[in-house]
Design a protein around this ligand. Structure first.
Ligand code: HEC
Length: 154
């Protein structure tokens, strides 16, 4: 490589490092609006301890206001990508707002929960990659699905 090319690459590398450092000043907003804990899905449906653990480990980080952020949520731009999943997840289904859903809406969401879990679509692959305890075994899927289905029939 010529000297001139080497110099250009050095500037590019420096620019990337500087950009990364500047990005660290942009933190995501992890605050949540006020919400009524009595309207939470787990509070309202009183599942078994096993189901509570599965929901909290595999769903609640994206589908509730009780998100537990990992340390790398402090690192921009990873944080932007995480927050995008959380916001999109809450938009589709927010277990913290369960009691505010109409009967039709909650029945429909339960049906979708069954479909997503049975089809292996949820939790997202990118999530189970970093959260081993969120990876659902066939038995755990069956446990969750049985609970969703039972609620629909009540
Ligand atoms: C990493 C974040 C994340 C996790 C963890 C996660 N989801 Fe999702 N979920 C999303 C996002 C984002 C969407 C919307 C886009 C899509 O469908 O891929 C979604 C969509 C859904 C939908 C579709 C709702 C609709 O209106 O179409 C259901 C149902 C659902 N998730 C249930 C679950 C359940 C049940 C779990 C736990 C077993 C879970 N999700 C875990 C992020 C997540």
């Amino acid at each position: 490589m010529g000297n001139k090319k080497k110099r250009i690459w050095r500037w590019v590398a420096l620019a990337v490092v500087v950009l990364f450092i500047v990005l660290q000043f942009f933190k995501i907003d992890t605050s949540v609006p006020k919400f009524d804990a009595d309207k939470d899905f787990i509070a309202m449906t009183a599942p078994s301890d096993a189901v509570v653990t599965l929901l909290k480990n595999a769903c609640y980080d994206c589908h509730s206001y009780a998100t537990e952020y990992p340390w790398y949520a402090e690192v921009t731009p990873i944080s932007w990508w995480l927050q995008h999943h959380v916001e999109e997840g809450r938009e589709h289904l927010n277990f913290s707002l369960w009691g505010t859903y109409s009967i039709e809406k909650s029945m429909h969401k339960l049906e979708e929960c069954t479909e997503e879990v049975e089809g292996g679509e949820m939790p997202l692959k990118s999530y189970t990659f970093a959260h081993g305890d969120a990876k659902l075994s066939a038995k755990e899927k069956a446990t969750l699905v049985a609970f969703f289905d039972r609620l629909r029939k009540e």
